[in-house]
Design a protein around this ligand. Structure first.
Ligand code: FES
Length: 285
């Protein structure tokens, strides 16, 4: 005799897990759905997500053959409203996609781009992965921790200097490799690149952000805010053609990145085409 495999969906998962309090990404066990519902949201969703957000959510759903595929962009959409994925944001996504809160929670707590606490106007990510760390990334991160906090109380990972969502507030995080090792050490602000950083440049950058300025990134789109970047990550771009063009046509390459390809071209080096390369033997079992 085989036991029935539980079908994913609200009837199954909502009765087993629910996201915990407003300031944590711990998933709590809540066997009683009524208890779970009480934990998840106390604010009516309509008070947070207006008609425009509902319309955008439906727009996202229409882009995929299966509605649940819209979950990742929809989480960015709720972040563009609140500056983080709140319990209400989780409930909103679940409601729109006919998923359980637990299913949405499981995704939101897996990816570091989904923030579980309110973010600052700007998110500053310092790469502290191996190459950037060796090139000064660790020192830059430590410098920003004390510059945005204090010697006695350095700002911690994912903590905010200033009041979240208020102008000039900055959330600091250390990040894994940001895929720009040839330009190390790098920082991102709202996921836009600032290459070849030093402690001095990084301090000047956050000082400018706190003063309400929007320094131009080394590459990519002009700087907006964390919420603005989240709306674009959700898949919604400026309708004004000039602003849209400035965003998508920003410089995307760096001299350092093209150096290898240029040397190969000058020297006539080519990679063997795939058909010239014998395929490895497949081990027989
Ligand atoms: S190690 Fe920092 S971008 Fe790769």
């Amino acid at each position: 005799m085989t036991s029935a495999v539980p079908e994913p969906g609200p009837g199954y998962a909502a009765s087993t897990h629910a996201a915990a309090g407003p300031d944590t990404d711990v998933v709590a066990i809540a066997p009683d759905p009524e208890v779970a519902a009480g934990i998840i949201t106390e604010t009516p969703l309509e008070d947070i997500f207006d008609a425009d957000v509902h319309a955008k959510a439906q727009d996202l759903i229409a882009r995929y053959p299966m509605s649940r595929s819209a979950l990742l962009p929809m989480l960015h959409l709720v972040q563009s409203v609140q500056g983080y994925v709140s319990q209400e944001g989780i409930a909103f996504c679940a409601q729109q996609l006919d998923l359980s809160d637990a299913e949405v929670s499981a995704v939101a707590t897996f990816y570091t781009m989904y923030k579980r606490r309110p973010c600052g106007e700007h998110l500053v990510s310092v790469c502290t992965n191996t190459l950037c760390a060796a090139m000064g990334g660790d020192a830059i991160y430590r410098k920003l921790q004390t510059h945005l906090g204090s010697e006695e109380q350095p700002l911690g990972h994912n903590e905010t200097a200033g009041t979240p969502n208020e102008p000039g507030s900055i959330t600091l995080e250390h990040a894994e490799c940001l895929a720009a090792c040839d330009l190390a050490p790098v920082i991102q602000v709202n996921y836009e690149y600032f290459d070849n950083q030093t402690e001095e440049k990084a301090v000047a950058l956050v000082d400018a952000l706190q003063a309400g300025k929007k320094p131009a990134p080394t590459r990519g789109a002009p700087l907006t805010s964390f919420k603005g970047a989240e709306l674009q990550l959700a898949g919604f771009f400026p309708e004004d053609e000039a602003t849209y063009r400035a965003d998508v046509d920003g410089p995307s390459q760096a001299v350092e990145t093209l150096r290898g390809a240029q040397l190969a071209q000058e020297r006539g080096w080519v990679a063997p085409v795939a058909s010239d390369v014998p395929l490895p033997e497949v081990e027989k079992k």
